[in-house]
Write a protein that binds this ligand. Sequence first.
Ligand code: PLP
Length: 438
Amino acid sequence: MPAASANALDHHWMPFTANRDFQSHPRLFVRAEGMWYWTAAGARVLDGASGLFCCAAGHGRREITEAVAAQLATLDYAPSFQFGHPIAFDLAAKLVRLAPGNLEHAFFVNSGSEAIDTAMKIALAYHRARGEGQRQRFVSRERAYHGVNLGGTSLSGILRNREAFGAMVPNIVHMRHTWQPDTGRFVRGQPADGAELADDLARFVALYGAETIAACFVEPIAGSTGVLVPPVGYLDRLRRICDAHGILLVFDEVISGFGRTGQAFAGDSFGVVPDLMTLAKAITNGAQPMGAVVVSDAVHEVLMAGAPEGGIELFHGYTFSAHPAACAAGLATLDIFEREGLIARAAERAPGFQARMFDLKDLPVITDIRGYGMLAAFDLAPAGQPGARGMVALKRLFEAGLLIKWTGDTGIVSPPLIATEEHLDRIAGVLRQVLATL
Ligand SMILES: Cc1ncc(COP(=O)(O)O)c(C=O)c1O
């Protein structure tokens, strides 16, 4: 028998966490309902982060719990290769009705990271089926976050997420990000300047040849890095360059999808339709792990037609793709969205939410605020090591009863779309009270 650990928390190696620090001051949630979490010590914490951008419809939604329980009692699992089950098809149909343009086909996975690596493989397979198998390069962007699998880490443009792991997937180049320190501070909504940053893609075309580039991946709003809203005209310009050169445009809507911007997807808010869209998080309201790649008719058709009659069209998938419990949670979530008009509600609440966030501008510790829809971020002036002040803020906010997401010294606010004016007041009030102490 191995010796018992001196620390009962030592066995769970926590993701993206300062494990040793956490063990000395654990922050444990034991219950959640509506807009609130409860801690192991019985304290109430207001959820200003939708968990981790997941729980758009709020916590403890009985409709989802019951749908999952009923599904597990009826059909707990079905193999996802060469066999299916009805609600996977129901969910796909419902999802593509929400999706824009001719995005008509959903491939289910279990996370945002899997959605990204799946989208990379679909792009490669698409070009190969068209006789352009030499298109193996991907274009991404500085400060991007596309999850943590090998493909997504390589696409990502956040140094701390890459530096421990070396070179990883080759043939990935990064455009500049769209935050401009001179003109971009405290801009509400879309910056007026910066559409020309999309021409970085054209420069890669000139440098490497369009015939080597498979796809361009962007988050329409760069989320995890701290809510970089695209400049006016930027995404249209990327779309035009992709169209001119046969490059697939992939929107990573893992954070920005499902009403966060006040429309179904951020692409809708900015009037640009991608060829592929990656989704996760709010797709099940966080109640089950699930992600999806939603693919245009044109891309899908090439892959269908490219395979021999009766043959498998894409040699890819996961044991838990379209898991029955996740599909049940997804359907129940989309029902709630429809029944409660959550997307319209987000659009209605967004101006008041943004106004409250931008009201924090007078706090000396804040060096920038950005936001769009029900998503906002602020930067703190660093104190000591990068991220140190953010960590202090995270802990003090938790003590004061507010959860938001932190990336280094940047705080990201992303409340459930069911938030009332009173909840938004409280989020802003606690932020002001705590940030003033830093
Ligand atoms: C834009 C984006 N893509 C992908 C991911 C990865 O999702 P997951 O953590 O579910 O793998 C995230 C997670 O935050 C994300 O924000």
